[in-house]
Design a protein around this ligand. Structure first.
Ligand SMILES: [Zn+2]
Length: 291
């Protein structure tokens, strides 16, 4: 039985979903797919052009506004920062960093991501564990909806911290396995689909990931919050007339009336915050400045 990919503790059977079982670590309580690295890679990294259609279907205006807010929060108005986005896909987040005057790099195993990068003028590296990146390179590293697909999350986060500059910050979002709909068993297939999603974080196990071994000294601060209610996400898509989306290659036009959208984004974000029951988790970590 596969040991815990975070603390290497023994796993116990938790549930069975399709062909694959979910295991829970007896030591740190982390829930993960009982799948080999090869099975995880095959499902998660063998995507290509079809992904473009998928991204267009799942990304909505609320994501664009949300990404804008992440950029503002992480850059705090500074320009010229070196930014890496892991799992950059069609580059929506990186383009917002570009507008802020950041020097942008993506990381994505898909050849399709490189096509998008050429379109928008940033470079794409292979996965960070294999890429030739000097330690202390980046001011900001983002990883939105990626960590749940990574077979070895601890090694992945160690590498992120290594290539961050001292004092640099990394920002993660993952589905919340402690969300209200999952606690009530209202969603299964979309979010609980091993080995596509191989890591099932709660606020506690996500925080614990950044506190393993040497990371405890290398990471100065860890903030984890839940956010987001999917129903409001759906309401937003109705509100912004779903289907009217920017075609690939075109920039989304700023709306004349931004305030009602910003209000809805605020409602979306904050309604998922209380009691850690929101649809997603976000974690912001800062690398220590000393060593
Ligand atoms: Zn564990």
């Amino acid at each position: 039985m596969k040991p815990c990919p975070i603390c290497n503790g023994p796993g116990a059977n938790k549930s069975r979903v399709g062909e694959h079982g979910l295991l829970q670590c007896r030591n740190c309580r982390f829930v993960y797919a009982n799948a080999t690295d090869e099975q995880i890679e095959q499902v998660n990294f063998a995507y290509d052009e079809f992904a473009e259609q998928h991204y267009r279907e799942v990304q909505s205006g609320i994501d664009f506004l949300w990404f804008g807010r992440i950029v503002a929060r992480l850059t705090q108005g500074r320009t010229g920062l070196k930014v890496l986005d892991i799992g950059c896909g069609n580059g929506v987040l990186l383009r917002q960093f570009q507008k802020q005057g950041c020097i942008c790099t993506g990381s994505d195993p898909s050849p399709w991501a490189r096509t998008c990068a050429q379109r928008y003028g940033y470079s794409v590296l292979p996965r960070i564990e294999e890429a030739d990146i000097a330690p202390g390179t980046f001011d900001i590293i983002t990883s939105t909806s990626a960590l749940e697909h990574i077979g070895r999350p601890l090694e992945h986060v160690r590498r992120i911290v290594e290539i961050l500059k001292p004092g640099g910050r990394a920002y993660f979002t993952v589905p919340n396995y402690g969300s209200l709909p999952i606690r009530l068993h209202l969603v299964k297939g979309r979010l609980v689909n091993p080995p596509g999603h191989c890591n099932y974080f709660t606020a506690g196990t996500l925080r614990n990931l950044f506190r393993q071994g040497p990371l405890a000294q290398q990471v100065a601060s860890v903030q984890v919050y839940s956010y987001g209610i999917p129903e409001i996400h759906g309401l937003y898509q109705c509100f912004t007339k779903r289907g009217v989306k920017p075609a690939p290659g075109s920039e989304s036009k700023p709306s004349q009336k931004l305030w009602p959208k910003q209000l809805l984004v605020n409602i979306y974000y904050w309604s998922g915050r209380p009691f850690g029951l929101g649809d997603k988790l976000e974690a912001t970590i800062q690398k220590s400045t000393g060593g």
